[in-house]
Design a protein around this ligand. Structure first.
Ligand code: ADP
Length: 906
């Protein structure tokens, strides 16, 4: 907004407010006036009507009184009057009568006025003072009363009532009149009060109007001040900013800006000012830069390592820099006015050389080349020279700028470099490694002859591109190569080193170990990379062989049914194989790193075994040992160890690898075998001793004369022989079963066919001792070796018969259990029963409830052991339930496996 617009707007706002204040004043005054008028209009007619009312009442009263008076006069002194007097009185009376008629008319007139007036008054009061009916009613009532009394008064006088009565009436009439006056007074007073209240209200309205006008005026003044301040502020503030910016720029702070965003003239001024300041700043900046570049140029000329000389059109020196003085030995004062030809020429260069130089420059071309120059002291030195002609607008050579570089050192280092390269070449030729040198910018790679030879190429068969190398890399290794290269080029790795397979000319691959080092420029860009390659195919083959050997070895260790444990010198577990974990119940992480002796050996063996480990370590002996280990569940397992020390290539022991077999079972079996042999030998010895005794008795001849006794002894010997035969055949049978020599020939069996067979087999025996055999066959099919099952059933039934009293019954039943998966046979008797603690034991070899059973009942104690072996070989189970003295039930279950076996059979 423009400033003018701002001021005009402020002026308009203030004026508008003044107009509003004036308006409020006028409206309020108008309101007050109207109220005044209204009150005046309201009260005057009421008052008038009241006056009229009062007058009419007064008229009525007055006329009434006068009428009564006249009447009274007419009736007074009625008798004893002379004729004159009477005539006189008659005239008087006629006069009075006329007067009375007149008064009476007057009264009626007044009444009429009264009635009209009271109506007017009533309506006026109702319209102006709607709440004030009581006064009207009071006035109305009392005035009615006045009229009524006046009527009664007249009536009384007409009826010629006594004077005293008239007088009384008059009294009453006066009283009512007073009441009426009082009512009129009250109404007048009330109206007066009402008027006063209204006036007071008007006063307060007027007061409010005055206060409003004052308030609006005050607000107006404040607003005017604020607006004035704002307008002046909006003008002065930007001006101030402009002033500050102008001062700052004046003091050289060119970056300062007024930065006014207003849209008015000041804003435009400020923007123009800011632009001017920016232009000025840019101009000064450009100027400074030019100055800087000039001084830089001058400095460069003064400090540059190369000699710079400027000659004029005729070849005289006009400028030489300090490097010139240093290189040539001539100072500026020596050369000014001289020509290069006079000072520097020498016989080493031919005249043609100089002529060519001069002709090139004359053709306005740059001449660049090497030549031998002469020092002030007369010595010659190698120089690299560039001559640049400066041509004016008329295409004339006005000056020649010569830049010269002393290349004596460079020549020297070039020679040194040549030597070093020669050395490197010899080294590379001598070494078996390939060599490459990659110029990243041109992507040119130098591949050494050995690099090529390693892949079966001759020198010129390989291009000098990086792709030549990349394309030969095995597809599986390309990514690895690229990543390693990239990482080193981006300086993420210190050296480039990668192993990959490279394809040779004949299509075979060789393994390469490629190592290199990059060079970067100051901006960090990789400029060059140099490296060597070693053929590591043989190493890789060995490595693979070793890895495979290790894999096989570990595979073997993990699959072998032997415990393998590796511990370090302090006994910490470093390796355990799968079999150890399976045997011990531990997880690998629960074992690795733990102390072998403290955690996995029974407490009583820990110290001793650890000491043993230290002893054999000290003696450097590989040994065999046995000790128990503790499984996770606390079970002890006996292991027979083969301990081998692990050694470094230098022979230093670093740990021990022990391979052990779990011999717990074997030991138990051996123990059992020992026990068995001792039991068997005892069992065999008993009948043998009896046979031996019988034979020696017979041989002694003592019984020769007693044939009965001889017979009895022979009988005993024969029984012992029988018993011996049974024992031996049972032992052999059991051994056959346990050693798995006897193969089961399983087939589908039907219990309904098997059970009667058993019954037939056992019947004779049972009948002999008076035992009834009750067999309940059922059609149940199962897979088993029928002969073996017959053997089990016969054995169980024989036992049942053997241990039952004569005359009792033994039962053989069968049923399906476990949802038809098992067939269960039961052999029940009512015999002597078996004590609870013998229920398991009797299934072991040579176990009998009573030691005398063998003798009395003729058993060997092997029958149930054979039964168990047969049932278990069928995958079944055998058990007994018994109550001592009441009888026993022997059960055995076999898996039915009907479906499979039926299939097999068909
Ligand atoms: P034995 O040839 O002695 O009978 P077993 O192995 O068949 O050998 O039985 C072992 C022992 O089990 C018997 O000597 C006997 O003490 C007890 N026994 C077996 N069957 C019964 C049974 N039905 N009632 C009571 N005891 C029995």
């Amino acid at each position: 907004m423009k400033i003018k617009q701002k001021i005009v707007l402020s002026y308009l706002v203030i004026s508008l407010l003044w107009v509003i204040a004036g308006g409020i004043g006028i409206i309020t005054t108008e309101q007050v006036n109207r109220n005044f008028e209204q009150i005046a209009n309201q009260t005057i007619p009421v008052k008038n009507e009241l006056d009229i009312l009062e007058n009419s009442i007064n008229d009525i009263v007055r006329c009434t009184l006068e009428y009564v008076l006249l009447k009274e006069n007419s009736i007074l002194e009625p008798a004893n009057l002379s004729d004159n007097v009477i005539d006189n009185r008659t005239d008087q009376l006629a006069q009075i009568n006329r007067g009375m008629i007149k008064e009476s008319r007057e009264i009626d007139k007044s009444k009429h006025v009264y009635l009209k007036s009271i109506r007017n008054y009533q309506s006026l009061v109702k319209s102006y003072f709607p709440d004030e009916n009581n006064y009207v009613e009071a006035i109305q009532n009392t005035s009615h009363e006045v009229i009524e009394k006046s009527r009664q008064f007249i009536l009384a006088s007409q009826q010629q009532k006594s004077r005293s009565l008239i007088y009384e009436q008059q009294q009453e009439f006066d009283r009512i009149r007073k009441k009426f006056d009082a009512a009129i007074q009250l109404a007048t007073n009330h109206e007066h009060d009402e008027l006063t209240t209204r006036q007071a209200k008007m006063h307060s309205t007027l007061q409010y109007a005055v206060e409003s006008i004052l308030g609006v005026s005050l607000a107006n003044i404040i607003l005017a001040i604020i607006l004035g301040t704002l307008v002046s502020f909006s003008i002065s503030k930007p001006l101030q900013k402009l002033q500050v910016a102008a001062q700052a720029i004046g003091q050289g702070h060119l970056g300062i800006r007024a930065n006014l965003s207003t849209k008015d003239e000041l804003g435009a001024l400020a923007r123009a000012f800011d632009k001017m300041a920016a232009d000025l700043q840019q101009y000064i900046h450009d100027l400074q830069q030019e100055q800087e570049s000039r001084s830089l140029l001058a400095m460069a000329l003064e400090n540059v390592g190369d000699a710079i000389e400027i000659t004029d059109a005729v070849g005289h020196y006009i400028y030489v820099n300090p490097a010139f003085e240093r290189i040539t030995g001539y100072s500026q004062s020596d050369v000014l006015g001289q020509t290069p030809a006079a000072l520097l020429r020498n016989e080493q260069q031919s005249t043609g050389f100089y002529q060519d130089m001069a002709a090139t420059v004359a053709r306005k071309n740059i001449w660049h080349g090497f030549y031998v120059s002469k020092h002030k002291d007369g010595t010659l030195y190698d120089q690299e020279l560039t001559l640049s002609p400066i041509v004016n607008e008329q295409d004339q050579v006005t000056h020649v700028v010569a830049v010269k570089r002393d290349i004596t050192d460079r020549k020297r280092s070039e020679v040194a470099l040549q030597k070093s390269e020669e050395r490197l070449r010899l080294v590379l030729q001598g070494s078996n490694d390939g060599f490459w040198d990659w110029d990243v910018a041109t992507n040119e790679v130098f591949y050494s002859s050995r690099w090529k030879a390693m892949r079966g190429f001759s020198n010129d068969e390989i291009s000098s591109k990086l792709q030549e190398c990349v394309d030969r890399i095995h597809p599986e290794d390309v990514n690895l190569f690229q990543q390693a290269l990239q990482a080193h080029m981006e300086r993420r790795t210190d050296t480039f080193s990668v192993e990959y397979r490279s394809r040779c000319q004949d299509g075979s691959y060789i393994w390469i170990l490629d190592r290199g080092q990059a060079c970067w420029d100051s901006a960090g860009n990789c400029m060059r990379m140099v490296g060597s390659e070693t053929d590591i195919t043989r190493l890789k083959t060995i490595e693979a062989t070793l890895r495979e050997a290790e894999r096989r070895w570990l595979n073997l260790l993990d699959n072998v049914q032997l415990v393998v444990v590796g511990i370090d010198l302090v006994g910490r577990v470093e390796y355990v194989n799968a079999f150890f974990l399976e045997l011990s119940g531990y997880r690998r992480e629960e074992v690795i790193g733990k102390n072998w002796f403290e955690n996995f050996l029974p407490q009583q063996q820990q110290r001793q075994t650890q000491q043993y480990f230290l002893d054999i370590q000290a003696q450097n002996l590989d040994t065999y040992s046995q000790n128990q280990i503790l499984t996770k569940s606390g079970e002890e397992k006996m292991i027979a160890w083969n301990n081998t020390f692990l050694k470094t290539p230098q022979g230093e022991i670093i740990g021990m690898m022990s391979i052990g077999a779990d011999i717990t079972e074997r030991q138990a079996i051996e123990r059992m075998k020992d026990e068995f042999i001792s039991v068997v030998s005892h069992e065999l010895r008993t009948p043998l001793a009896s046979i031996q005794g019988a034979l020696s008795l017979l041989m002694s001849g003592l019984l020769d004369l007693q044939p009965d006794k001889v017979n009895r002894i022979i009988e005993i010997a024969s029984e012992s022989v029988d018993h011996l035969v049974i024992i031996i055949s049972d032992i052999l049978e059991l051994e056959k079963l346990n050693s798995d020599q006897m193969r089961l020939s399983k087939q589908l069996c039907n219990a309904a066919q098997l059970m009667p067979k058993v019954e037939n087999l056992i019947q004779v025996n049972a009948s002999r001792v008076g035992i009834t055999v009750a067999v309940t066959p059922r059609e149940i099919f199962f897979a088993a070796d029928p002969d073996r099952i017959l053997q089990v059933l016969t054995n169980l039934l024989s036992n049942a018969i053997k241990f039952s009293e004569p005359g009792s019954t033994v039962w053989l039943t069968v049923e399906l259990q476990n949802a038809g998966e098992d067939v269960v046979f039961e052999v029940k008797d009512r015999g002597r029963g078996i004590p609870v603690d013998n229920l398991d034991r009797i299934f072991q070899r040579f176990q009998q409830v009573e030691a005398s059973d063998s003798r009395q009942k003729g058993g060997t104690g092997l029958g149930l052991a054979i039964c168990r072996s047969i049932v278990e070989q069928h995958g079944g189970r055998i058990w007994v339930e018994s109550i001592l003295g009441k009888g026993s039930s022997f059960f055995f279950s076999l898996p039915t496996q009907i479906a499979e076996d039926r299939d097999q059979k068909t």
